[in-house]
Design a protein around this ligand. Structure first.
Ligand code: B12
Length: 450
């Protein structure tokens, strides 16, 4: 076996107009860490630029008991591509000096692995790579994650990394790491594709009040604005027993009682997946709570599902309606309808949920989508006693919406990924006037109907 070397893993900063720790943890990089530990002799060290619990930040982090909370931030220069967005631009996460202190404290790395989340957060990747280079000189830097997967060309030319490794961590990770370390490319030791990976290296996280859980990858649906199909092949569900034991292990080892599901389609094929998982969690009889920030397919919520979710401890519910415009839903997101929401809410209420605590996602800013339609959606959700949550559209390369925008000349195939930013796109490219956007915002702050 090759000698043991030092591999440094870094979760970069967010650069954005707004960012909030809405159950955000770098699950992809935690998987990469566990794969390296399991299948190579190398030592792993870890820096999380989004660690809002870092003791050197000096004060107890603000936030909610369920784990959500604000990131520290510092205003940053607005890049030219988004100069005309009338909002402040910031770097979210630990101060640069603290990152540099972390670099000084870690063993000198033989390779640095950087992750990436939203495509438009690439300035965080660039900043990390630049500082790493300044400190460690010619150390090989590998970049993976969602930006690297969705914009590999841009990542290769602009991120500063030596090697861009798109796609899920598997054979490509091991061969890129071997190349970076000057080792013979080993036969793929890890799982490639749907195999069960080792559990994420949660011990690397400072705060384990809550942990992310991904029970499946992908989605059987093909909404025109979603990149799920570009990030993996179809729906791959993990064995229920493995998910259950990961959750109970998190409770036993770290005392974690809250978990956030990161699935695109947690309830898809629920009879053989989510329902037995909820049954198992209910039977385990622990004091666990679950959150669903990524939106559930509300058509899947029947009486049994609602009761099992309740029994398992699913607390914060986010459902994906997207719109009340049935034509829009038919063409762009055939996963739900207003009638499905009415029925799902009745079932959830029957299972003991308070309607007001059920959050319903509505999309805003889709090309050609009238803001008045979004307002109708907000009113509809409020009328049913639930809480609307408007999420702005982010155009993602490779999706059907992206192709239409390119065909119409709104974006170019090689547009700066900063324009994928939901706020930048809404302000600069969506065609919605500031007055229309304001009208929806006003509707959102109006008190809910009795
Ligand atoms: C969970 C999730 C969230 C969480 C936060 C997750 C986080 N940590 O940041 C929440 C709910 C907060 C969220 C919010 C949003 N999200 Co989101 N989210 C996801 C989701 C479902 C999963 C991401 C994830 O953690 N996956 C699990 C891990 C295991 O996978 P991974 O990160 O890809 O890592 C693997 C590989 O990439 C690789 N890898 C990772 N790092 C590295 C590093 C190296 C060196 C190597 C070799 C490999 C490697 O290995 C890992 C294991 O295989 C994805 C969809 C998806 N299927 O990925 C959308 C997704 C990333 N989100 C998206 C969007 C649009 C949003 C929102 C803008 C929605 C909105 N309109 O408000 C917001 C933005 C939030 C903000 N502050 O602006 C888009 C991406 C948009 C973009 N332009 O990049 C996605 C792709 C979904 C979609 N609809 O298409 N999201």
């Amino acid at each position: 076996m090759a000698p043991s070397k030092d591999v440094l893993l870094i979760n970069p900063w967010i650069y954005d107009f707004t960012a909030y720790d809405f159950w955000m943890k770098p699950l992809g990089l935690l998987y990469v860490a566990s794969l390296i530990r399991r299948f190579t002799p190398h030592r792993v060290s870890w820096i999380d630029c989004l660690d809002r619990f870092h003791p050197a930040l000096g004060r107890a982090p603000a936030g909610k008991p369920d784990g959500r909370g604000p990131f520290p931030k510092e205003e940053a220069a607005k890049p030219a591509a988004v100069r005309d967005v009338p909002r402040r631009f910031s770097r979210y996460g630990i101060p640069v000096a603290l990152f540099e202190a972390e670099l000084a404290r870690t063993p000198r790395p033989d390779a640095v692995l950087v992750s990436s989340a939203m495509t438009y957060w690439y300035p965080g990747v660039q900043a990390v790579v630049e500082i790493v280079r300044r400190r460690f000189g010619a150390v090989p830097v590998l970049l993976g994650g969602i930006y690297a997967t969705l914009c590999p060309g841009h990542a290769r030319s602009e991120s500063g990394a030596d090697l861009v490794v798109p796609g899920p961590a598997g054979a490509a990770l091991f061969s890129a790491l071997a190349a970076a370390l000057g080792e013979d490319p080993a036969p793929c030791p890890g799982p490639e594709g749907p195999g069960e990976p080792p559990p994420p290296a949660f011990d690397l996280l400072r705060d384990k009040t809550w942990l992310p859980v991904m029970t499946s990858r992908g989605c059987p649906l093909r909404c025109t604005f979603c990149a799920s199909a570009l990030l993996g092949a179809g729906l791959e569900q993990r064995p229920v027993a493995a998910v259950l034991s990961e959750i109970l292990d998190g409770r036993a080892r770290f005392g974690t009682r809250q978990f956030a599901f990161y699935d695109d389609a947690l309830l898809a094929g629920k009879a053989g997946h989510a329902l037995p998982l909820f049954e198992g969690l209910a039977a385990a009889g622990r004091d666990l709570s679950f959150h669903t920030p990524n939106g559930l397919h509300l058509r899947e919520i029947d009486g049994r599902t609602a009761r099992l979710m309740r029994a398992a401890g699913v607390r914060s519910l986010y459902l994906s309606l997207e719109s009340v415009d049935t034509e829009l839903l038919r063409e762009r997101s055939p996963k739900s309808s207003p009638a499905d929401l009415e029925r799902a809410l009745a079932e959830l209420e029957g299972a003991g949920y308070d309607r007001r605590s059920v959050n319903v996602y509505l999309i805003m800013g889709l090309p050609g989508q009238a803001a008045s339609g979004v307002r109708d959606g907000v009113r509809f959700v409020r009328g049913l006693g639930a809480t609307p949550r408007v999420a702005f559209f982010s155009p993602i390369p490779g999706t059907a919406e992206w192709s239409k925008l390119v065909a119409r000349g709104v974006l170019a195939e090689d547009s700066d990924p900063l324009l994928h930013n939901k706020i930048a796109f809404a302000c600069l490219k969506s065609g919605a006037s500031p007055a229309e956007i304001e009208a929806v915002k006003r509707e959102l702050v109006a008190p809910p109907r009795a």
